[in-house]
Ligand binder design. Structure first.
Ligand SMILES: Cc1cc2nc3c(=O)[nH]c(=O)nc-3n(C[C@H](O)[C@H](O)[C@H](O)COP(=O)(O)OP(=O)(O)OC[C@H]3O[C@@H](n4cnc5c(N)ncnc54)[C@H](O)[C@@H]3O)c2cc1C
Length: 394
């Protein structure tokens, strides 16, 4: 077995006992004893031991953390041949991670009739692996799972990222299961622990009240999904040089359990909040549904999209596609105007990265003012109509 306790170093302090998530350690006669059955070598006890008395054996450590896995990969999702903007956002973050690890950044693009793969290279990828085959036109999951898992087994990346889009959320965990590794979904922060070469994956948990930072120390690749608009696109503006590598689709052994009968576009998705440059959002402070017209009029004067916090959606004042936040959309506009919104963590999770935030609220202690670039403290029923009139030039 690959873990042992050094008798000379162990003091029987019991730090490892409380660190073991599986309760597999007892201190017997002043020395830690690890029950090997059930131990998955997570390394929590190694971390906890101040005396460096617990060791994961060298060859196992090498297999876990060794040089075999290299490179940061971004799954560049496309639909109908168009690469989704989240792919470029992930490339920007992937570039940072790859630079911190001093390794290469690769984009993986799978589909049929894919356009503009060279942009992936220009925006930071050192290599772009492309599998473009008419058989992949329908974006059913099984062939995508099989192909990404096959490539990962062949090239052994240390990190793979994908967008937390409906497709990414559905197909990417299946790739992780095939590779028998861990996956952190819906990350809002990614960084490298340069000492341990681990990906630190941060995401909200417990209803957004806690930010958890998760690591995957014993399996490779480390896999994470990130919602669109959490990271900003690269500023490389096409200056990066790289290589495009076209690979054949390995049809053999790929059987699809699902068949695409029809694709029905979600009509409610007409509200493209994610792509809006300016968003005016209304909250419970509006008081009643009829007052939402104040937000709509201000938005119209600015050429902005209309957003909402969750209570107006729950109350039926406005439809769900307008909701911004943890259980709504993540947006990153140039300007976000929050009208009568307190700034709960769950709302901030969806708009906190906007370039400029203007908050209109009559409570000077409202948390929204802590993230606002400009704060207007006062009655929204006075401020908003004045703003709208001024913007209309009246
Ligand atoms: C699991 C979970 C997921 C959630 N997901 C989301 C989510 O995706 N998005 C989201 O928004 N919330 C979400 N929530 C709800 C969140 O916790 C808050 O309850 C919600 O964001 C509050 O919305 P609000 O700011 O509009 O309302 P409130 O918190 O009630 O704030 C209303 C604000 O209006 C101000 N106001 C009142 N009258 C006036 C006036 N006349 N002039 C100016 N200001 C005025 C008040 O001072 C107050 O600050 C979630 C909660 C949970 C538990």
């Amino acid at each position: 077995m690959g873990i042992s306790v050094e008798k000379d170093k162990c003091t029987g302090c019991e730090m490892c006992v409380s660190a073991c998530p599986f309760g597999l350690i007892d201190v017997i006669d002043g020395m830690a004893v690890i029950k090997l059955e059930g131990c998955n070598l997570c390394g929590a006890c190694v971390e906890a031991c101040a005396f460096e008395a617990i060791r994961i054996e060298k060859e196992i450590e090498q297999a876990l953390y060794g040089d075999e896995h290299k490179g940061v990969w971004v799954f560049a999702e496309q639909r109908d041949g168009e690469i989704k903007s989240v792919a470029y956002e992930l490339l920007a973050k992937g570039r940072e991670l790859a630079d911190a690890l001093k390794t290469e950044l690769c984009a993986i693009c799978i589909g049929s009739g894919i356009k503009g793969v060279e942009h992936l290279m220009e925006q930071g990828a050192d290599k772009v692996y492309v599998i473009d085959d008419p058989a992949l036109v329908n974006q059913t999951e099984d062939p995508y799972v099989a192909e990404l898992a096959r490539l990962a087994r062949q090239y052994k990346p240390e990190i793979i990222l994908a967008g937390a889009t409906p497709f990414g959320r559905s197909f990417f965990p299946r790739v992780a299961a095939q590779l028998q590794t861990g996956l952190t979904a819906d990350c809002t922060g990614l960084e490298i622990d340069t000492e341990k070469k681990l990906l630190r994956q941060t995401r909200p948990t417990f209803g957004g009240n806690i930010m958890a930072t998760i690591i995957c120390p014993t399996k490779r690749p480390q896999m994470a999904t990130v919602r669109p608009r959490v990271f900003k696109r690269s500023t490389l503006h096409g200056s990066h040089a790289g290589q495009i590598i076209r690979l054949d689709f390995n049809k053999e052994g790929v059987t699809s359990k699902t068949k695409l009968l029809n694709f029905v576009a979600d009509l409610a998705e007409k509200v493209k909040l994610e792509d809006a440059d300016i968003i005016v959002s209304g909250g419970r402070g509006l008081g009643k549904p009829e007052n939402f017209h104040l937000v709509r009029e201000l938005a119209a004067a600015l050429g902005a999209a209309v957003g909402s916090s969750r209570p107006p959606v729950d109350e039926g004042w406005i439809s769900y596609p307008h909701q911004v936040g943890q259980t709504g959309k993540t947006v990153c506009p140039r300007l976000y105007i929050a009208v009568g919104i307190s700034g709960a963590v769950q709302h901030l999770a969806g708009m906190g990265t906007a370039d400029c935030i203007i908050a209109i609220n009559n409570d000077p202690d409202a948390p929204i003012f802590q993230v606002a670039t400009y704060g207007l403290i006062g009655d929204l029923f006075k401020i908003v109509p004045l703003l709208t009139e001024r913007l209309k030039g009246n």
